[in-house]
Design a protein around this ligand. Structure first.
Ligand SMILES: CC(C)(COP(=O)(O)OP(=O)(O)OC[C@H]1O[C@@H](n2cnc3c(N)ncnc32)[C@H](O)[C@@H]1OP(=O)(O)O)[C@@H](O)C(=O)NCCC(=O)NCCS
Length: 176
């Protein structure tokens, strides 16, 4: 089942409204109103969440500098902020047209936080895709652990399973 961001041509105004509506729905569901763009001050929290993950464990080292530099170039991240504590993040790369990461602290999972963070990233990629995908199929991708819970989550969110990757992960596609 596709979610709210799916397969329609979305204008800047629509995206603003969707974000606002998704904030309201998200708050009703999770009590966390503040899904916001990440700043440099959030990078350590993002790293902590990424290193703490027990599923989709990190395979390569990532550093503060790597994330800071990616945010200054082609990436954007969002955090779920519960009264000053970062409890989840998503990070997307518009140049590679992909979702690089989506992680929610285990005690906050199952409350709609992951869906809100995913929605922000997909809406942004949809907008940015205008520049990068003009003559190409409008789709974005992510790689995730084979057989993990994330696989069924992405399927539930309307993503389609694609090819197996040499590193043992599986690629997922989402048609914009
Ligand atoms: C995968 C993850 C991001 C999902 O976030 P979450 O906050 O727990 O998910 P949500 O509460 O927003 O769920 C949204 C919807 O997806 C469904 N859902 C959540 N996890 C699911 C799963 N494993 N399988 C199927 N559906 C799932 C929920 O039931 C909900 O459905 P509804 O809107 O129809 O009621 C989170 O579990 C996580 O961080 N996992 C560990 C890290 C990881 O593997 N990340 C992916 C890296 S690629």
């Amino acid at each position: 089942m596709n979610k709210i961001y799916s397969n329609e041509i979305i204008s800047w105004e629509d995206i603003g409204l969707i974000s606002l509506w998704s904030d309201v729905l998200g708050y009703i569901r999770t009590g966390i109103l503040n899904i916001r763009p990440a700043t440099q001050d959030d990078i350590n929290s993002i790293l902590m969440l990424r290193y703490k993950a027990t599923e989709n464990r990190l395979r390569n080292t990532i550093t503060y500098e790597m994330i800071a530099s990616s945010l200054q170039k082609s990436c954007k991240a969002w955090v779920a902020d519960d009264e000053g504590v970062v409890v989840g993040f998503s990070l997307a790369n518009k140049k590679q047209k992909c979702l690089w990461g989506l992680f929610v602290l285990s005690s906050y999972q199952g409350k709609g936080v992951g869906e809100q963070l995913l929605q922000r990233a997909v809406s942004w990629l949809t907008c940015e895709a205008r520049d990068y995908l003009i003559f190409k199929p409008k789709k974005i991708w992510l790689d995730t652990e084979l057989g993990g819970r994330a696989e069924s989550f992405y399927q539930h969110m309307g993503w389609e399973r694609g090819e197996f990757r040499p590193d043992g992960e599986v690629r997922y596609w989402y048609l914009l």
